[in-house]
Design a protein around this ligand. Structure first.
Ligand SMILES: NC(=O)c1ccc[n+]([C@@H]2O[C@H](COP(=O)([O-])OP(=O)(O)OC[C@H]3O[C@@H](n4cnc5c(N)ncnc54)[C@H](O)[C@@H]3O)[C@@H](O)[C@H]2O)c1
Length: 321
């Protein structure tokens, strides 16, 4: 990776990945693009252009002008929002991906895009879900992600594009707000915990999903992209996860630092249905074996860091207990 073009760079993952890549590869070597512009560090700390990923000409011209040798394609609509706008989701998630893959093919660029635990479905084994298993998702987002994994494999097998991908679990972070996923509750709960010491969960008690803290997710992307291609058997996409919990589990972790934190429930049937169709926990053995995946943050370590960083971000006093 020397000259990297990132799509969807102002989203939850992109706004931190762009900064990490600029630290490693040099600010001028990471071109951030998004359909919108804002005053975030990702948009200000290096080259930035407005690019709509559904516009092939615009994407190709930007990548050519920039002489990109790596495309990191993050622009997408996430699970809960996609379920509300399925046709729009198909056009953005599949059309954008096809354009990004075509750009990588023409420029002979290395390619990364994230898949998701949303690629699994209700008939997938729920616990310790294997890397290779039944994938019959029942959401538009899941359909897009499975098709996307297959399409990225196709571009590797047919055209030799060096495609790589990760099946991310819910990503928890404090820099940019999450963009309409089912696991967003696990970010919101920290904001509410430090601001109000209470949270009403739209996900029901007992619903377990995989999660990962942003620093580990960024390391996983970089480690996978830097891995020796010959070692990769599963290119698109590797199961990666650091923890699995339900709302009670994350609340218990928060109470270690905010003892009077209160959790109640007002379950959203639509997002609950999506969550129930996903695994409780996935198996990341293939990622460990093929490119050395590891993580640093378990639930309590993440909770400590999230609370600390959010108090700084929101400029809140540490309460006297
Ligand atoms: N965040 C998670 O928990 C998570 C988990 C699994 C997989 N993923 C995947 O990671 C990728 C990035 O997710 P995220 O959480 O950063 O998403 P996000 O919603 O926070 O960001 C997506 C970005 O894409 C941009 N975008 C939307 N339409 C666009 C278009 N037509 N052209 C260009 N940009 C456009 C948005 O402006 C936004 O900045 C997605 O593929 C997502 O499915 C995310």
């Amino acid at each position: 990776m020397k000259r990297i073009l990132v799509t969807g760079a102002l989203g939850q993952i992109g706004s931190e990945l762009t900064l990490r890549l600029r630290d490693i590869y040099g600010a001028s070597n990471v071109m951030a693009t998004d359909i919108r512009q804002n005053s975030s560090e990702a948009a200000q700390s290096g080259p930035f252009e407005v690019v709509d990923v559904t516009d092939f000409k615009q994407m190709m011209e930007t990548a050519k002008k920039y002489q990109a040798d790596t495309i990191m394609h993050l622009a997408a609509i996430l699970s809960a929002s996609a379920e509300a706008m399925p046709v729009f989701a198909w056009n953005l998630n599949m059309g954008g991906l096809l354009n990004a893959l075509e750009t990588a093919r023409e420029l002979k660029a290395q390619f990364f895009t994230p898949s998701s635990i949303g690629a699994f479905g209700p008939t997938t084994p729920k616990d310790n879900t294997p890397q290779d298993t039944i994938m019959r998702p029942t959401t538009m987002y899941g359909v897009n992600k499975v098709a996307g994994e297959l399409l990225a494999d196709y571009y590797f097998n047919k055209y030799g594009v060096d495609t790589r991908g990760l099946r991310f679990s819910g990503i928890i972070s404090y820099v940019a707000q999450p963009g309409g996923g089912t696991t967003d509750y696990a970010v919101e709960i920290y904001y509410k915990a430090v601001q109000e010491r209470k949270y009403t969960s739209y996900i029901a008690k007992g619903t377990f999903m995989d999660m990962m803290y942003m620093p580990d997710a960024l390391n996983a992307i970089i480690d996978l992209m830097e891995a020796d291609s010959c070692r990769l058997i599963h290119r698109n996409s590797f199961n990666v996860t650091a923890m699995s919990f339900d709302p009670e589990g994350i609340a218990a972790s928060i109470r270690r630092y905010i003892p009077d934190f209160k959790l109640d429930y007002d379950v959203d049937p639509s997002r609950q249905r999506i969550a129930e169709s996903w695994p409780n926990s996935i198996d990341a053995t293939a990622a460990r074996q093929e490119w050395g995946f590891k993580y640093e943050y378990d639930l309590d370590k993440m909770t400590e860091d999230m609370i600390d960083k959010l108090r700084q971000k929101l400029r809140l006093e540490v309460p006297k207990l």
